[in-house]
Design a protein around this ligand. Structure first.
Ligand SMILES: *Cc1c(COP(=O)(O)O)cnc(C)c1O
Ligand SMILES: [Zn+2]
Length: 464
């Protein structure tokens, strides 16, 4: 199988190829990022996407049951017996009219894809199962990542499930929620708390992995992105293979953005769809490098040669001003997105836009998503907050079909949620006010009642 799948530099003018089993994840010629690529002349191509429809019903085969691997013919880099699945990707893409109404959409037009339903509670499992499978195939014994939390939780759970690999996790100090940290610890990962932020941790994990030959599962790893393509395949399946007008996704390291772009580029090339959706990538205002570069500085893919000077100037400004990413949405609190060039390519092919939302806007949207019946963490809610904006701007038409990706579960990061709904002004100020959040427009405050039957009955009659 190995000859029909390989790695290839993303820059068309370079296009250097690398062996499938190589784990440096960097182009040896130009230092660029790599894609996993396939020789489709030597591989079976499904005739239509309907081919995948009934696979999940084959529950006896864990690979067909997995919401990732049942699409494995679209990322055929591993033999079936090398694949490690823990049942990831059983997620929902469903209509959400109440949330749609909040965002200014017409009924039947807004969909939420709830990736919080994954085994570790975030979309990261879609990619981790693929990276992990690659790691096993090259005989790795240790796997490492730097993480704002969800990647480490996912790595930890796959290492524990494999019973043959050790997870090494780098986190910035004080920047990880208890929900996510508890997963890393509980699943037995070696957890290194670096005195620095996420960008520091990412730099270190790359150095250390090189020195010790540890398998790296950060989103620079192209195999993760192969698995994350399945998020879009499931979305299309839920929409009866009709391509929506928009996919809206939070942007951190821009792995999802890149993977989604790759999914649509591939489906177009294979003739399995006839148009790509537009992609809207949403930054938090406190970590908005992609927004600044794409919307304010006009940086584009430019046929594989993005304007390195403009990017360099902006990165230097971040350094010189010692500007640190700062948002309640810890999952996207990233100022140096690793997959920037791949994301530019995705937006080029899909006609993308980038927007930023404040922490206050995202928390209001999050409360509305919760009231609509799906619990997500702050980063996920940037999507709905941005749809509201894009509709007001006239970029999204209220009658278009829009899918927002809810990247992780509410219980990942309960602190912001409790503070938002809190009736304690000190707690609100401590956690939210300090970050510039002025009010919680949709707070559902707990009601204080004396320990008396009459008072309790009266409170219920008044409030419910
Ligand atoms: C990792 C993560 C993101 C950011 O995804 P990227 O692929 O890095 O852009 C967004 N939301 C949540 C909950 C995450 O865990
Ligand atoms: Zn190259």
């Amino acid at each position: 199988m190995s000859a029909s799948a390989f790695q290839r530099c993303i820059h068309p003018h370079c296009a250097a190829t690398v062996d499938l089993g190589d784990t440096s994840f960097q182009c040896p010629k130009c230092g660029g990022l790599l894609d996993v690529a396939y020789d489709w002349n030597r591989l079976p191509v499904p005739k239509s996407l309907k081919h995948f429809e009934s696979k999940w019903a084959n529950r006896n085969n864990p690979l067909d049951f997995s919401g990732v691997w049942r699409f494995r013919e679209l990322f055929p880099f591993a033999a079936d017996d090398q694949i490690l699945t823990i049942g990831e990707g059983q997620t929902l893409c469903q209509k959400a009219d109440a949330v749609g109404q909040f965002a200014g959409m017409k009924p039947g037009c807004l969909y939420l894809q709830y990736e919080g339903m994954n085994p570790s509670g975030s979309f990261k499992d879609n990619g981790m199962t693929a990276a992990f499978t690659h790691a096993l195939s090259v005989g790795a014994r240790r796997a490492a990542c730097a993480s704002t939390g969800n990647t480490s939780a996912s790595l930890a759970i796959y290492c524990a499930a494999s019973q043959q690999m050790r997870a090494v996790i780098f986190i910035g100090s004080g920047k990880i929620s208890y929900g996510k940290l508890s997963q890393a610890l509980e699943h037995g990962a070696l957890t290194l708390q670096i005195a620095g932020d996420f960008d520091d941790a990412l730099r270190r994990v790359q150095e250390v992995s090189k020195q010790l030959g540890i398998y790296l599962v950060n989103s620079i790893n192209p195999f993760r992105l192969e698995g994350q393509k399945s998020i879009m395949f499931r979305m299309l399946e839920a929409l009866n293979w009709e391509v929506p007008d928009w996919v809206v996704v939070p942007g951190g390291n821009l792995g999802n953005t890149s993977a989604f772009g790759n999914a649509f580029i591939q489906l177009l090339e294979l003739g399995l769809i006839t148009k790509a959706p537009r992609i809207a990538v949403i930054n938090a205002a406190g970590a908005d490098t992609f927004y600044q570069l794409y919307e304010k500085n006009g940086v584009r893919w430019n046929g594989g040669a993005p304007d390195g000077r403009k990017i360099g100037v902006y990165m230097k400004y971040l350094d010189d001003a010692d500007k640190r990413a700062d948002t309640l949405a810890s999952a996207i609190e990233i100022n140096r997105p690793v997959n920037l060039p791949k994301a530019l390519r995705a937006l080029d092919r899909c006609g993308g836009v980038v927007r930023e939302v404040t922490d206050g806007e995202m928390l209001d949207a999050k409360a509305k998503i919760g009231a609509g019946g799906l619990g997500c963490e702050p980063a996920s809610a940037t999507t709905v907050a941005a749809v509201l904006k894009l509709v007001r701007e006239g970029v999204i038409d209220p009658g278009e079909r829009v899918v927002c990706i809810l990247t992780a579960h509410l219980l990942k990061d309960p602190t912001a949620t409790v503070a938002y709904h809190s009736s304690d002004p000190k707690m609100f100020e401590e956690i939210l006010g300090k970050r510039g959040v002025r009010r919680a427009s949709y707070a559902n405050k707990a009601v204080q009642v004396p320990n008396q039957l009459d008072a309790i009955v009266q409170a219920i009659e008044v409030y419910a």
